[in-house]
Design a protein around this ligand. Sequence first.
Ligand code: AP5
Ligand code: MG
Length: 216
Amino acid sequence: MNIILLGPPGAGKGTQASKLEDERGMVQLSTGDMLRAAVATKTPVGLQAKEVMERGDLVSDEIVTGILSDRLDEDDVKGGFILDGYPRTEAQAHSLDALLAEKGMPLDHVIELVVDEDALVERITGRFTCANCGEGYHDTFKQPRVEGVCDACGSTSFKRRPDDNAETVRTRMQEYRTKTAPIIPHYEPKGLVRRVDGMADIEGVSDAIAAILDQG
Ligand code: AP5
Ligand code: MG
């Protein structure tokens, strides 16, 4: 099964994609993670993307679509994938249609995480991840079981994203409202859009997504 998880910054796309990987063996395709990896290793794409991401603006459609297209050619995605953070513009939605048609891959659901924007700044500014394995945490909503130790790998080193500050978050939200939310009508006539209450707790959101996926 191939799905898109759609929602503003902090809606829980990464959290839910990672649970779907663990629970269903689907592959998370996060363009944000791919870009952050390119920034960390200072590839030409990473060097171009770094400042754009730190401002909270969108990286160019050409760059992001190129990265995603290459990733879709890898074998592991054939058992099912979760798009997390792509598509984000009308142009990307059209490119995705073309890519999936060319590669013979169906799209089963577009799941929108519906959230109250006021809660998102708290979610984002409290977020941190394991510096070793990338497991995601939150100061209030998802603390490690043992303070300072990653549940998944035992590392004691954690990090925070440079774009997770209140000022950049406002730009990211604005980008979502003006460029990403308008792509939802692209999927409505295809009958693919499903809505989930993203304000439920993490398990509640997972259960709602599972109910959609279990229907086929
Ligand atoms: P990206 O990495 O995609 O960031 P984003 O869309 O801003 O989304 P986030 O990762 O901030 O939020 P999330 O929904 O994954 O939330 P999470 O699960 O972590 O993109 C970053 C940048 O890269 C962009 O700004 C852009 O520059 C560039 N980029 C990426 N893709 C691009 C594209 N296609 N085109 C152009 N540019 C692109 O949850 C947040 C926190 O809340 C966590 O701490 C979590 O523990 C907690 N939490 C999650 N769910 C719940 C819940 N139900 N209740 C309580 N807490 C919760
Ligand atoms: Mg994310």
